[in-house]
Each structure stands twice: as structure tokens, then as C-alpha cells.
Design a protein around this ligand. Structure first.
Ligand code: SF4
Length: 316
């Protein structure tokens, strides 16, 4: 019989081993708790594995040790019913990351408190990222929330796995209360309208326009302070993001100024890459960095623009 709160991990020579995953809200763990994980692993001959959901799996356990391991840990399992809200994946945000625009830890922990293990029509995954770099992979979450200079942007319907689907943008420029309210509306809608299907499958079945219209109508019913969102405006807003910034792109012969975008600089003048690296800017493949103005990136890295700009212009 399957031990409680454990997953069958492997059957080898007719012997079964099990894994358990305690709940770690936001993926944070105190040193003393980390020591307890290590003690349990040593005591029962288990293996520790950091998971993609920001948890620590204790695996290779024997069935008779599962209950004892839970008692030694004194923790709650991360998993509830099969179809429930899983751990909320949270990036370090303003608490710990220099690129953050919003406090993803505060929002992620609140979502964890409100929704973790709540039963749903199917699995539901949520993610919160403090900036468009999306380190917590919000575009492949059922509900993904992204911090920008203007607040929060909410996406819905993303999944990874065997049938990947990128999430659709539902609303932008939301404040903290508005984004929590919009999540509540989507969760309610999903519970009422979904069969045994992920949120993205529900959206594909009824159509994104109907989904967005229904969600925003319900949202506005209860929330008059929310700026009205126009669907056409969304489409128009997203096009420049796909096609480029809409402002004049850098061309060969243009000087590099404080407002030049890093991605354009290295595209037009690849000879600047070693110079940028020599100043300590090693993150040139990072989407956030390449979309930034050189002045802003220099500030993030603590560099003096008066030294950097002449060095760059010298090699072009
Ligand atoms: S998503 Fe942005 S704020 Fe969050 S860890 Fe990544 S770079 Fe930092």
C-alpha cells in the first residue's frame, strides 16, 4: 500500500522507494530547517533533490520510513489533492534582486496563503516575477504575474509539459489589490466553467476573447476603481512589443548615447561586446539587460557612464 503523503519514485528488483516534498512557501528555507532536511536524509539513507517548483524532494525512502521522516521534519506536505493549486513559484523580487520592479515575494506569499492546495478542476500552477525577465517562468503558468514599472501584468493559461502553451495577457498596470482581485475572479471562473482541463484548455475551448471579456466584466462589476481595459488597446499595445519598441532603431554610424538600448548596440556594433564585458557587464544574453538603456544598465552595475560611453564609442 502507498504510504501517506508520499510518491512512488522507483521500483527496482521488486523493491519500491518513495519521495516526499514538504511545503516551502516561496521556496524560502531557514538554515535550521535546511539542517533538519539533511538530518532526515542521513538518518533514512535518502537523497535530497532541488525541484523545479522551488521545493526540496526527499527521495529514495523506504515505505516504513515515510511516516517517521514526516514526524522528524514536523512539516506539511506540499501536495494536496491531485487537482489543486500547487506551490506558487516566486522570484526574489525587490527583496533581493537589483532588477526587480515589484515585490514578487510579498505577492507570491499572499497567493500561497490564499490558494495553495485549494481544489480545482485540474492542476493549477501560479508564478510571480518581479520584472519582465520572468525568472519564475510566468508565461508557462496557469496564472502568471509579472512586475513592471507601472505595476503588475497578469497572464492566464500557460502550461509546460507535453502540450506547452504560452499564457495570454489579461490585464496590465494593476496595483497590488487589483491583481489579487483579478486572480480571485479567474479562479472562480475556472471553478465554475472548467471540466477536467487546465486553464489554457478552457481558454482554447471558449476562445480568448470570450474569456477576457467575461473575466474583465466580472472584475469591473466589483471593482470600480480599476481603470477600464479595452481589448483593442491590448492588441495595439502588444504589437510594438512584438515588432520592436516603435522608436527609431539604432543604425550603423549612429553614436552610442546614454539612451541607446544595449540589444541594439551589440547588434549594430558587435565589437562593443568585449568592451561591455570588460566593464563587468556579463549578462548580455539576458532579456532584461538587452532591452535596457545603457544608462540604466550602468546604474544597475554601479558603473560610471562617463567612462563607459567613450570606451564604447572609441571602438565603433
Ligand atoms: S524576474 Fe526579474 S526581479 Fe525576479 S529574479 Fe529575475 S531578474 Fe530579478
Amino acid at each position: 500500500m502507498l504510504p501517506k503523503n508520499a510518491n512512488l519514485q522507483k521500483i527496482r528488483d521488486n523493491k519500491r522507494t518513495y519521495g516526499i516534498t514538504p511545503h516551502l512557501p516561496g521556496g524560502f528555507i531557514k538554515p535550521e530547517l535546511m539542517r533538519r532536511f539533511a538530518e532526515v536524509a542521513e538518518k533514512y539513507g535518502a537523497v535530497l533533490k532541488v525541484t523545479s517548483a522551488q521545493r526540496i524532494l526527499i527521495t529514495n525512502l523506504q515505505a516504513e520510513d515515510v511516516e517517521k521522516a514526516w514526524q522528524d521534519l514536523g512539516m506539511q506536505p506540499a501536495m494536496g489533492a491531485a487537482n489543486c493549486v500547487r506551490s506558487i513559484k516566486v522570484c526574489p523580487g525587490t527583496a533581493f534582486c537589483k532588477r526587480a520592479k515589484q515585490d514578487s515575494v510579498k505577492l507570491g506569499l499572499e497567493l500561497d496563503r490564499l490558494y495553495h492546495k485549494q481544489e480545482m478542476p485540474s492542476r493549477m500552477k501560479m508564478g510571480v516575477a518581479g520584472c519582465p525577465n520572468s525568472c519564475s517562468e510566468i508565461y508557462i503558468k496557469d496564472i502568471g504575474i509579472l512586475g513592471t514599472d507601472k505595476g503588475w501584468t497578469l497572464y492566464a493559461g500557460g502550461t509546460a509539459g507535453a502540450h506547452p502553451r504560452l499564457a495570454n495577457e489579461i490585464a496590465a498596470d494593476l496595483n497590488y489589490e487589483q491583481v489579487l482581485r483579478l486572480v480571485a475572479v479567474i479562479v472562480d471562473y475556472y471553478r465554475q466553467h472548467a471540466e477536467i482541463e487546465r486553464l489554457g484548455q478552457l481558454i482554447d475551448r471558449i476562445g480568448i476573447e470570450k474569456f477576457r471579456t467575461d473575466i474583465l466584466k466580472e472584475f469591473h462589476n466589483d471593482h470600480e476603481t480599476m481603470p477600464q481595459i479595452d481589448h483593442q488597446e491590448f492588441v495595439q499595445k502588444q504589437e510594438p512589443a512584438i515588432m520592436g519598441s516603435g522608436t527609431k532603431q539604432m543604425a550603423a554610424g549612429d553614436p552610442i548615447t546614454a539612451n541607446s538600448i544595449i540589444g541594439e548596440i551589440i547588434q549594430v556594433y558587435p565589437q562593443t561586446i568585449p568592451v561591455l564585458r570588460s566593464f563587468g557587464m556579463g549578462c548580455l544574453g539576458c532579456p532584461s539587460a538587452t532591452g535596457e538603456e545603457i544608462e540604466k544598465a550602468a546604474g544597475i552595475h554601479g558603473l560610471n557612464l562617463a567612462d563607459l560611453l567613450p570606451a564604447l564609442n572609441k571602438v565603433i
